[in-house]
Ligand binder design. Structure first.
Ligand code: COI
Length: 354
């Protein structure tokens, strides 16, 4: 077992932070001073290193580049008014990371590397956590196969890394969404529930086509009938019909079990709403819209937090909303933010103190 004191730590001589403004910083543009790197070889994880953020030197034959054995996570760290740093629900991401690893036939990672690695890395780079509303430090743990061989098989070697990127709001404005009828993201028996790189690479073409038509993202539908809603771009999707909130269920393995999705469900229930995790057809959504009871639609995700959807287009049928009149999704976001920024008691034990 690897102990916290075993980590090899090399710090930068001078932080890059002095030359960077963290105000409204674009998602994924800057990376903090340090990163964590650890290798898996001969059936075991080696001692992790925390070192200056730097390029990797990789062979052209690197297995991950050819067959896509690559997974990642998205987590965020926040600062409260006193400057204390916290990570939001890291154990949930740790658990999901290992579920993704198993699905992609990769080794799981022990808690003493994933959680302790997060803690030590963020402790070193805590000045990179922006102290501003809607800002945070995005944490990107990832793992890829690192055998230098192009035979199609699980690798013997893997690399696990954590990098950190300060971020402002992800989607600046409410979104326009196109219901996708041609391309699909996930099928039962596939790996839609895993946070595997291929799920994101495979989605880019559909997003690009939707963006050419002026939409921000697509609403993914089931692969067999194009009838039931799955995810919205890279987010989980929520629909409020009457006083019931509906989000697609996890039972088919086509939906990522989002940490923000779960936090949203918990908060909605505390607000007194009935939340149903179940199949939801596009007909049911359109019928609710026509009946005037489709109240709010929004996406949830770590990067985007809660993103309101102002337009949903299915074939020739356009559903538009005046999001300035909405109250439910904004209240969920406000309640979740109050927990994240330490403004209210953390009754769920969601915040992990650094
Ligand atoms: C996240 O919300 O963390 C995501 O994974 C979405 C995207 C940035 C890949």
């Amino acid at each position: 077992m690897i102990a916290a004191a075993d980590f090899n730590i090399t710090k930068v001589k001078q932080s890059k932070l002095a030359g960077i403004s963290l105000d409204n910083v674009t998602f994924g543009k800057y990376f903090s001073d340090h990163m964590l790197e650890v290798d898996y070889e001969n059936g075991e994880w080696k001692i992790p290193s925390i070192k200056p953020y730097q390029p990797l030197s990789l062979a052209p034959s690197l297995a991950a580049l050819h067959y896509g054995q690559a997974i990642f996570e998205g987590i965020k760290a926040y600062k409260d008014a006193a400057g204390q740093a916290f990570i939001f629900r890291p154990y949930d991401n740790f658990r999901r990371f290992n579920i993704s690893a198993e699905r992609m036939e990769m080794p799981t990672i022990p808690e003493e590397i994933f959680i302790e690695g997060l803690r030590q890395l963020i402790n070193i780079d805590k000045d990179w956590i922006p102290a501003k509303a809607n800002h945070s430090l995005y944490i990107r743990p990832f793992m890829f196969s690192s055998d230098e061989a192009i035979g199609v098989r699980p690798s013997d070697k893997y690399k696990f890394l954590i990098i950190l990127s300060p971020t402002g709001p992800y989607y600046a404005a409410p979104m326009r969404i196109h219901v996708e009828e041609k391309y699909v993201r996930a099928v039962p028996g596939g790996y839609g529930y895993a946070k595997a790189a291929g799920n994101y690479g495979g989605a880019l073409h559909a997003s690009a086509e939707a963006q050419k038509e002026g939409y921000d993202q697509v609403l993914w539908m089931d692969a067999f009938e194009h009838k039931y809603v799955q995810e919205c771009g890279t987010m989980n999707a929520f629909f409020i019909i009457g006083n019931t909130v509906i989000t697609p269920g996890l039972e088919d393995g086509t939906i990522l079990e989002g940490v923000t999705r779960d936090s949203t469900i918990v908060i909605l229930k505390e607000m007194g709403y009935v939340v149903e995790e179940r199949k939801l057809s596009i007909e049911e959504i359109m019928d609710a819209y026509k009946a005037g009871i489709l109240k709010e639609i929004f996406g949830t995700g770590t990067a985007a937090t809660i993103s309101l959807i102002k337009e949903l287009k299915y074939k020739d049928f356009l559903m538009t909303f005046d999001v300035s009149k909405w109250s439910i999704a904004p209240e969920v976001k406000q309640r979740m933010d109050a927990i994240k920024y330490g403004e209210v008691a953390d009754n769920h034990q969601w915040m992990f103190k650094i």
